[in-house]
Design a protein around this ligand. Structure first.
Ligand code: BMA
Length: 330
């Protein structure tokens, strides 16, 4: 067997390079920062809004139910301003599928609608499913209801249509099968079809064997759509959630050009290893600063707090371009 050589090496010391560097202020947000009682805050969607960083984070209360809370900051690191009550809450009376809360939002600016689309997980009687809400201001939300039946989660939209159709990335799951990342199309954001696997969970010992899912919303770059996804490795001690990258064709995002063999980010710090669910890093959003070329990734640490890690887009692209095309045999 050919000796394994890492995709990139640090020139100085032959170690793995760290594409994403953690903020020294991590964890940047904990439940104590909220202006009302909450158990945990984690797994934030992220976007730029009026020249500020806007996060929509999952907040769990002491019933075990989640809602979404907005956090806004000028520098994207500190002085977060929160709403005094849940920004987007479950409304089981109107939307019965939101019975046990709403979780893990991904935010996409829809160019044709001139609205942000928020795809989130609703916790229904039959398990998780995908719901959609639209907003112009992150104050008033137009809930569109469920768009995928259970089990399905980890969804995000592309910001524009391809061949007249919207594209949704999501992660359906049924017992006894692997959890792969799928893509579906729609002309109206409500009826979805042409479902197909986009990225498959690998087999055996891989870090992303058996269960993967989209993490942040797809990021448009001149070289293609950058995809950040999580892989779940089951070990004797439990699951480890780590992150990998893929690159999709710019004009036809159903085509995967590259996929990282290695994880590029994993739980290492105490706030990522210890918490309600240890050994989990779980971003739901990242933001590219066009002026600096820096990508800020906001992630949940151990289902308990929010961390920030940054990378240069040019480093991410250089890395993914060195990665192989995805293989059927993985
Ligand atoms: C996933 C989602 C995430 C969570 C992760 C680890 O299935 O439920 O919200 O962060 O598990 O518990």
């Amino acid at each position: 067997m050919k000796r394994y050589t890492p995709t990139l090496l640090n020139l100085e010391d032959d170690s793995y390079p760290e594409l994403f560097k953690r903020s020294p202020k991590n964890p940047i947000i904990t439940a104590k920062d909220l202006p009302y009682p909450a158990h945990t805050i984690f797994n934030p969607g992220a976007t730029s809004f009026k020249d500020k960083t806007l996060l929509l984070a999952r907040v769990e209360d002491r019933r075990g139910f989640s809602h979404l809370a907005k956090a806004v900051s000028k520098d994207g690191v500190s002085k977060w301003i929160f709403d005094n009550s849940p920004t987007l809450d479950a409304e089981p009376n109107i939307h019965p599928e939101e019975r046990w809360g709403i979780e893990d939002p991904r935010i996409t600016w829809m160019t044709d609608l001139e609205k942000w689309a928020i795809t989130y997980t609703s916790f229904s009687r039959t398990g998780p499913l995908i719901s959609l809400a639209l907003t112009r201001d992150f104050v008033n939300f137009e809930k569109q209801g469920s768009i995928m039946s259970p089990d399905d989660k980890d969804a995000a939209l592309f910001p524009r249509k391809f061949n007249g159709k919207y594209l949704l990335i999501h992660r359906p799951y049924s017992d006894g099968h692997k959890a792969h990342i799928w893509v579906s199309t729609s002309t109206d954001l409500h009826s979805w079809g042409e479902n197909q696997i986009l990225l498959n969970a690998r087999n055996g010992g891989w870090w992303d064997a058996n269960k993967i899912g989209l993490s942040a919303q797809p990021l448009e770059t001149p070289e293609g759509w950058l995809l950040l996804y999580h892989g779940v490795k089951h070990t004797a001690a439990g699951a480890i959630y780590r992150l990998g990258l893929a690159l999709l064709d710019l004009e036809n995002p159903k085509k995967v050009l590259k996929r990282s063999n290695e994880w590029i980010f994993g739980p290492e710090e105490p706030y990522e290893k210890f918490g309600d669910v240890g050994y989990v890093v779980f971003p739901c959003g990242w933001i590219l600063n066009e002026a600096t070329g820096i990508v800020s990734m906001y992630y949940g640490g151990a289902d308990s707090c929010i961390g920030l890690a940054t990378a240069r887009l040019s480093d991410l692209l250089q890395y993914i371009q060195k990665c192989p095309e995805p293989s059927e045999d993985d």
